[in-house]
Design a protein around this ligand. Structure first.
Ligand SMILES: CC(C)(COP(=O)(O)OP(=O)(O)OC[C@H]1O[C@@H](n2cnc3c(N)ncnc32)[C@H](O)[C@@H]1OP(=O)(O)O)[C@@H](O)C(=O)NCCC(=O)NCCS
Length: 186
Protein backbone atom coordinates (compact mmCIF):
# COMPACT_ATOMS: atom_id res chain seq x y z
CA UNK A 1 0.00 0.00 0.00
CA UNK A 2 1.69 3.17 -1.21
CA UNK A 3 -0.11 5.67 1.00
CA UNK A 4 1.01 4.38 4.42
CA UNK A 5 2.69 7.68 5.36
CA UNK A 6 -0.39 9.72 4.55
CA UNK A 7 -2.08 11.57 7.42
CA UNK A 8 -4.61 14.33 8.08
CA UNK A 9 -4.81 16.74 11.00
CA UNK A 10 -8.26 17.79 12.14
CA UNK A 11 -9.25 20.31 14.79
CA UNK A 12 -12.45 19.39 16.63
CA UNK A 13 -15.08 21.88 17.78
CA UNK A 14 -13.70 21.57 21.32
CA UNK A 15 -10.26 22.65 20.05
CA UNK A 16 -8.68 19.20 20.31
CA UNK A 17 -6.24 18.34 17.53
CA UNK A 18 -6.55 14.80 16.18
CA UNK A 19 -4.29 13.07 13.68
CA UNK A 20 -5.94 10.61 11.29
CA UNK A 21 -3.33 8.23 9.86
CA UNK A 22 -2.43 4.68 8.89
CA UNK A 23 -1.87 2.15 11.70
CA UNK A 24 1.61 1.43 13.08
CA UNK A 25 2.72 -1.71 14.94
CA UNK A 26 3.13 0.38 18.12
CA UNK A 27 -0.63 1.19 18.05
CA UNK A 28 -1.61 -2.46 18.57
CA UNK A 29 -2.18 -2.45 22.34
CA UNK A 30 -4.26 0.73 22.27
CA UNK A 31 -6.38 -0.57 19.41
CA UNK A 32 -7.21 -3.76 21.26
CA UNK A 33 -7.89 -1.79 24.46
CA UNK A 34 -10.47 0.21 22.50
CA UNK A 35 -11.97 -3.07 21.24
CA UNK A 36 -12.05 -4.59 24.74
CA UNK A 37 -13.81 -1.49 26.06
CA UNK A 38 -16.59 -1.97 23.49
CA UNK A 39 -16.85 -5.66 24.41
CA UNK A 40 -17.34 -4.57 28.05
CA UNK A 41 -20.12 -2.19 27.01
CA UNK A 42 -21.98 -5.27 25.75
CA UNK A 43 -24.29 -3.57 23.23
CA UNK A 44 -22.47 -2.69 20.06
CA UNK A 45 -20.50 -5.79 19.01
CA UNK A 46 -21.56 -9.46 18.96
CA UNK A 47 -18.53 -10.52 21.00
CA UNK A 48 -18.09 -11.47 24.64
CA UNK A 49 -14.36 -12.14 25.03
CA UNK A 50 -11.48 -9.68 25.37
CA UNK A 51 -8.48 -9.96 23.10
CA UNK A 52 -5.44 -9.89 25.38
CA UNK A 53 -2.80 -12.26 24.00
CA UNK A 54 0.14 -10.69 22.22
CA UNK A 55 0.11 -13.61 19.79
CA UNK A 56 -3.46 -12.85 18.73
CA UNK A 57 -2.77 -9.11 18.38
CA UNK A 58 0.39 -9.68 16.31
CA UNK A 59 -1.28 -12.27 14.09
CA UNK A 60 -4.12 -9.85 13.39
CA UNK A 61 -1.59 -7.14 12.45
CA UNK A 62 0.46 -9.45 10.23
CA UNK A 63 -2.69 -10.62 8.44
CA UNK A 64 -3.86 -7.01 8.00
CA UNK A 65 -0.59 -5.93 6.40
CA UNK A 66 -0.07 -9.19 4.49
CA UNK A 67 -3.52 -9.08 2.92
CA UNK A 68 -3.27 -5.36 2.12
CA UNK A 69 -6.26 -4.48 4.30
CA UNK A 70 -6.75 -0.97 5.64
CA UNK A 71 -6.65 0.22 9.24
CA UNK A 72 -6.84 3.97 9.86
CA UNK A 73 -6.44 5.30 13.41
CA UNK A 74 -7.24 8.54 15.24
CA UNK A 75 -4.46 9.80 17.51
CA UNK A 76 -4.89 12.35 20.31
CA UNK A 77 -1.33 13.43 21.05
CA UNK A 78 -2.42 15.38 24.12
CA UNK A 79 -2.85 12.04 25.92
CA UNK A 80 -0.20 9.78 27.43
CA UNK A 81 1.74 8.27 24.52
CA UNK A 82 0.76 4.66 25.30
CA UNK A 83 -2.94 5.46 25.18
CA UNK A 84 -3.28 8.09 22.51
CA UNK A 85 -5.03 6.00 19.84
CA UNK A 86 -8.66 6.96 20.43
CA UNK A 87 -10.31 5.26 17.46
CA UNK A 88 -9.82 2.94 14.53
CA UNK A 89 -11.52 2.15 11.24
CA UNK A 90 -10.79 -1.01 9.28
CA UNK A 91 -11.73 -1.84 5.70
CA UNK A 92 -11.03 -5.48 4.99
CA UNK A 93 -11.44 -7.73 1.95
CA UNK A 94 -14.33 -10.15 1.70
CA UNK A 95 -13.49 -13.81 1.12
CA UNK A 96 -14.62 -14.18 -2.48
CA UNK A 97 -12.22 -13.58 -5.36
CA UNK A 98 -15.06 -12.15 -7.45
CA UNK A 99 -15.66 -9.52 -4.75
CA UNK A 100 -12.21 -8.00 -4.83
CA UNK A 101 -13.81 -4.59 -5.36
CA UNK A 102 -15.72 -4.83 -2.05
CA UNK A 103 -14.47 -3.87 1.42
CA UNK A 104 -16.02 -4.51 4.84
CA UNK A 105 -15.96 -1.56 7.23
CA UNK A 106 -15.60 -1.70 11.01
CA UNK A 107 -15.20 1.23 13.39
CA UNK A 108 -14.61 1.95 17.07
CA UNK A 109 -14.12 5.28 18.85
CA UNK A 110 -13.05 5.21 22.51
CA UNK A 111 -15.91 6.10 24.84
CA UNK A 112 -14.18 9.22 26.19
CA UNK A 113 -13.85 10.59 22.63
CA UNK A 114 -17.29 9.89 21.12
CA UNK A 115 -19.65 12.58 19.73
CA UNK A 116 -16.72 14.79 18.74
CA UNK A 117 -16.85 13.98 14.99
CA UNK A 118 -13.87 11.59 15.18
CA UNK A 119 -15.91 8.68 13.77
CA UNK A 120 -17.02 10.83 10.84
CA UNK A 121 -13.45 11.86 9.98
CA UNK A 122 -12.09 8.32 10.43
CA UNK A 123 -14.62 6.89 7.99
CA UNK A 124 -14.30 9.76 5.51
CA UNK A 125 -10.50 9.29 5.31
CA UNK A 126 -10.83 5.48 5.15
CA UNK A 127 -13.30 5.66 2.26
CA UNK A 128 -10.93 7.91 0.31
CA UNK A 129 -8.03 5.52 0.88
CA UNK A 130 -10.12 2.44 0.02
CA UNK A 131 -11.17 4.12 -3.22
CA UNK A 132 -7.52 4.85 -4.08
CA UNK A 133 -6.76 1.18 -3.39
CA UNK A 134 -9.35 0.09 -5.95
CA UNK A 135 -12.38 -0.59 -3.78
CA UNK A 136 -15.72 0.31 -5.38
CA UNK A 137 -18.20 -0.76 -2.74
CA UNK A 138 -18.06 -0.65 1.06
CA UNK A 139 -20.38 -2.79 3.16
CA UNK A 140 -21.03 -3.01 6.90
CA UNK A 141 -23.43 -4.43 9.43
CA UNK A 142 -24.75 -2.76 12.58
CA UNK A 143 -27.13 -3.63 15.43
CA UNK A 144 -30.61 -2.19 14.86
CA UNK A 145 -30.33 -0.71 18.37
CA UNK A 146 -27.14 1.27 17.55
CA UNK A 147 -28.88 4.48 16.47
CA UNK A 148 -25.78 6.66 16.77
CA UNK A 149 -23.76 4.45 14.40
CA UNK A 150 -26.67 4.15 11.92
CA UNK A 151 -27.10 7.93 11.86
CA UNK A 152 -23.37 8.39 11.24
CA UNK A 153 -23.37 5.86 8.37
CA UNK A 154 -26.40 7.53 6.79
CA UNK A 155 -24.71 10.94 6.95
CA UNK A 156 -21.75 9.41 5.13
CA UNK A 157 -24.01 8.12 2.34
CA UNK A 158 -24.58 4.50 3.35
CA UNK A 159 -27.95 2.97 2.41
CA UNK A 160 -29.75 0.20 4.26
CA UNK A 161 -30.04 -2.81 1.95
CA UNK A 162 -31.34 -5.49 4.28
CA UNK A 163 -32.13 -6.77 7.73
CA UNK A 164 -31.19 -10.08 9.34
CA UNK A 165 -33.97 -10.58 11.83
CA UNK A 166 -33.07 -11.71 15.37
CA UNK A 167 -29.51 -12.37 14.24
CA UNK A 168 -27.94 -11.92 17.68
CA UNK A 169 -28.98 -12.84 21.19
CA UNK A 170 -27.43 -10.63 23.88
CA UNK A 171 -28.44 -9.56 27.36
CA UNK A 172 -31.56 -11.72 27.19
CA UNK A 173 -32.93 -10.32 23.94
CA UNK A 174 -32.78 -10.81 20.19
CA UNK A 175 -31.28 -8.05 18.06
CA UNK A 176 -31.79 -7.45 14.32
CA UNK A 177 -28.69 -6.88 12.21
CA UNK A 178 -28.91 -4.07 9.64
CA UNK A 179 -26.93 -4.43 6.39
CA UNK A 180 -25.68 -1.17 4.87
CA UNK A 181 -23.55 -0.30 1.85
CA UNK A 182 -22.14 2.58 -0.15
CA UNK A 183 -20.97 2.56 -3.77
CA UNK A 184 -17.69 4.51 -4.04
CA UNK A 185 -16.79 3.54 -7.61
CA UNK A 186 -17.34 5.68 -10.68
C1 LIG B 1 -20.47 4.59 16.38
C2 LIG B 1 -19.21 5.39 16.69
C3 LIG B 1 -18.03 4.80 15.92
C4 LIG B 1 -19.45 6.85 16.24
O1 LIG B 1 -18.27 7.59 16.44
P1 LIG B 1 -18.33 9.09 17.00
O2 LIG B 1 -16.96 9.63 16.92
O3 LIG B 1 -19.00 9.09 18.33
O4 LIG B 1 -19.31 9.78 15.93
P2 LIG B 1 -19.24 11.32 15.44
O5 LIG B 1 -18.99 12.20 16.60
O6 LIG B 1 -18.31 11.40 14.30
O7 LIG B 1 -20.71 11.58 14.91
C5 LIG B 1 -21.61 12.29 15.76
C6 LIG B 1 -22.71 12.94 14.97
O8 LIG B 1 -22.23 13.98 14.15
C7 LIG B 1 -22.45 13.73 12.79
N1 LIG B 1 -21.29 14.28 12.06
C8 LIG B 1 -20.04 14.33 12.53
N2 LIG B 1 -19.24 14.99 11.67
C9 LIG B 1 -20.01 15.39 10.63
C10 LIG B 1 -19.76 16.13 9.43
N3 LIG B 1 -18.54 16.63 9.16
N4 LIG B 1 -20.78 16.33 8.59
C11 LIG B 1 -22.02 15.85 8.86
N5 LIG B 1 -22.32 15.15 9.99
C12 LIG B 1 -21.33 14.93 10.88
C13 LIG B 1 -22.64 12.24 12.80
O9 LIG B 1 -23.37 11.72 11.75
C14 LIG B 1 -23.41 12.02 14.09
O10 LIG B 1 -24.77 12.42 14.00
P3 LIG B 1 -25.88 12.20 15.16
O11 LIG B 1 -25.59 13.21 16.23
O12 LIG B 1 -27.17 12.44 14.48
O13 LIG B 1 -25.73 10.80 15.70
C15 LIG B 1 -18.90 5.39 18.22
O14 LIG B 1 -20.02 5.85 18.90
C16 LIG B 1 -18.50 4.03 18.77
O15 LIG B 1 -17.34 3.65 18.72
N6 LIG B 1 -19.48 3.27 19.30
C17 LIG B 1 -19.19 1.97 19.89
C18 LIG B 1 -18.70 0.96 18.87
C19 LIG B 1 -19.64 0.87 17.71
O16 LIG B 1 -20.85 1.00 17.83
N7 LIG B 1 -19.07 0.61 16.52
C20 LIG B 1 -19.85 0.44 15.31
C21 LIG B 1 -20.37 -0.95 15.26
S1 LIG B 1 -21.30 -1.22 13.76
Amino acid sequence: MSNVGKKRKIVLENGKEITIRYIKFSDLNAIWENYNEVVDEGRYLPAFEHVTSNYEKKTWYQDLIGLGNLCIVAQDKSLDSDEDIVGQCTIEDVQWEASDHVGVLGIIVRKSHRNMDIGYHLIEFSLEEAQENGKEKIILTVFETNKHAISLYQKLGFDTVGVRKKHFFMNGQYIDEILMEKWIGD
